[in-house]
Write a protein that binds this ligand. Structure first.
Ligand code: SF4
Ligand code: SF4
Length: 286
């Protein structure tokens, strides 16, 4: 199964809109949403049926047994993360601050603290008509890179004879993006023609280079700044990265997204331009 990953340096550049349209254009039967902090591909992809759900366990969290606790405050004094709080005269654990280091468990004089696995999110797998792997991280939990890896593993394990998988990556360049890039065959970067968009794109290019993954670039809303679009084209040319097209700003895109459907299904200039981007990237990938 070949994997095409769609990335952008930050949210709001049209990454998920591009992914959803590519799924329709390619008629891909396998896809995944690795934006585990704010997954929304399922809303546009029109998934039917109930997914198979499994808990995702992150780091351990401390639990204080009220019956054993003698309120000595030793755990509070030793926790470097302000993970132990005192309210109504009792000590308890703040799960959002607890880093799972276990110091409170080792220092509690009466053995009132235990460490327990924490449900940090939920994985979901749709496989009735099409294979779709996604997940959602719980508020305040870390390890999103580990969860992204779990989403991709779930996609690979569920895969039957699907030839192509399209993956919506995480925004930014940190841990979940690195986890998204690992093991894919090609990355399409959806750039924005702004100074910050160019800077974000350069950072993703450097990150993808480390993994020696093939890359291509397109610009969304290119007509909001032609000068910066030209700068992106020149940058791609200098670095030998295929530039696969420009998508114009189009109000119909926002209408389609707000109504929860892919722009592949509407008649508009952005849809036509995106289709051309899909055709262009096929030359390098499919
Ligand atoms: S496990 Fe570590 S971080 Fe969590 S409450 Fe105990 S000492 Fe603090
Ligand atoms: S160290 Fe143990 S006994 Fe003391 S406050 Fe913490 S949990 Fe309670």
């Amino acid at each position: 199964m070949k994997k095409l990953l769609i990335l952008s340096g930050k949210g709001g550049t049209g990454k998920t809109t591009t992914t959803a349209a590519f799924i329709d254009f390619s008629k891909a039967d396998a896809f995944a949403d690795c934006d585990v902090d704010a997954p929304n591909l399922h809303l546009i992809a029109g998934m039917k049926g109930s997914p198979q759900k499994t808990h995702y366990y992150g780091s351990e969290k401390a639990i204080i047994d009220d019956k054993k606790c003698v309120d000595c405050g030793v755990c509070n004094q030793n926790c470097r993360f302000q993970g132990i709080i005192r309210a109504d005269g009792r000590y308890s654990v703040n799960p959002y601050a607890c880093e799972g280091c276990g110091v409170c468990m080792y220092t509690c004089p009466v053995g009132a603290v235990t460490m327990e696995e924490d449900i940090a999110g939920e994985l979901a797998l749709y496989w009735e008509e099409r294979l779709f792997s996604t997940a959602k991280l719980k508020m305040g939990r870390g390890n999103s890179g580990k969860l992204v890896t779990a989403v991709k593993k779930q996609l690979e394990q569920g895969h039957d004879n699907e030839e192509l998988a399209i993956i919506d990556g995480s925004p930014g360049i940190v841990c979940p993006v690195i986890a998204s890039i690992s093991g894919v065959d090609m990355v399409l970067i959806v750039a924005e023609p702004s100074l910050s968009g160019i800077s974000d794109m350069k950072r993703i290019l450097r990150t993808a280079e480390i993994f020696q993954v093939r890359m291509a670039v397109c610009v969304n809303k290119y007509d909001t700044c032609i000068e910066n679009t030209e700068e992106i084209k020149r940058l791609c040319q200098r670095e030998g990265i295929p530039f696969v097209g420009c998508i114009p700003y189009d109000e119909k895109v926002s209408v389609a997204v707000n109504e929860g459907h892919s722009i592949s299904k509407i008649n508009c200039p952005a849809r036509d331009a995106l289709y051309q981007v899909y055709e262009n990237i096929k030359v390098y990938f499919i």
